[in-house]
Design a protein around this ligand. Structure first.
Ligand SMILES: CC(=O)SCCNC(=O)CCNC(=O)[C@H](O)C(C)(C)COP(=O)(O)OP(=O)(O)OC[C@H]1O[C@@H](n2cnc3c(N)ncnc32)[C@H](O)[C@@H]1OP(=O)(O)O
Length: 147
């Protein structure tokens, strides 16, 4: 896993995650990555309404088998006005091979009306300080928080 990855989680490859050839189904992996990226975006943008906007090329370079452990890593690479861009990397912890990389995953924070809303952040938080304390707390146009 690259040194620049700051958010990681692990999965155990189970029978329901396999394709017809008995290796890890790409669709399962993409679903896990999207969910990890969504959680990371929610933490970084402090907005529970963060949606996937764009995913760049996905290069599957190796795979995993039932019983393998895989590790997914994400890092924020750019904070836009309403968006967050991340890089993703997945490795097989058993073989130590890289499974894939995705150079750009873009999430956008939305307001109550489903429109992009400025998040006001320019760098990564390593805490959970941006998370709302209850449902409904949102950033306003000027970047302050309001119910
Ligand atoms: C976690 C999940 O599974 S979410 C489910 C899947 N995702 C969705 O359903 C989202 C569906 N898409 C949408 O609702 C809309 O496209 C929206 C609201 C996200 C964005 O609408 P847009 O009209 O594109 O908004 P807008 O043009 O203002 O762009 C918003 C941001 O996205 C960025 N953006 C827009 N298109 C792209 C693109 N193709 N690639 C990269 N970034 C993009 C913009 O640069 C902007 O970022 P910035 O404010 O940081 O500069």
């Amino acid at each position: 896993m690259s040194e620049d990855v700051t958010f990681r989680s692990r999965r155990w490859v189970r029978p329901e995650d396999l394709n017809a050839y008995g290796t890890l189904f790409g669709g399962s992996l993409l679903r896990w990555i999207d969910e990890e990226a969504a959680i990371y975006a929610i933490i970084q943008l402090g907005n529970p309404r963060a949606v996937t906007k764009y995913i760049s090329e996905i290069d599957f370079v190796s795979s995993a088998r039932q019983g393998d452990l895989i590790e997914m890593g994400l890092r924020a690479t750019a904070f836009g006005r309403t968006s967050l861009t991340m890089r993703a990397e997945v490795r097989n912890m058993i073989t130590r091979d890289r499974i894939l990389t995705i150079e750009k995953i873009v999430f956008v924070g939305l307001d109550d009306h489903g429109q992009p809303i400025p998040h006001g952040y320019t760098d990564i938080t390593y805490e959970r300080d941006r998370l709302p304390h209850h449902h409904g707390l949102m950033r306003t146009e000027d970047g302050s928080t309001a119910d």
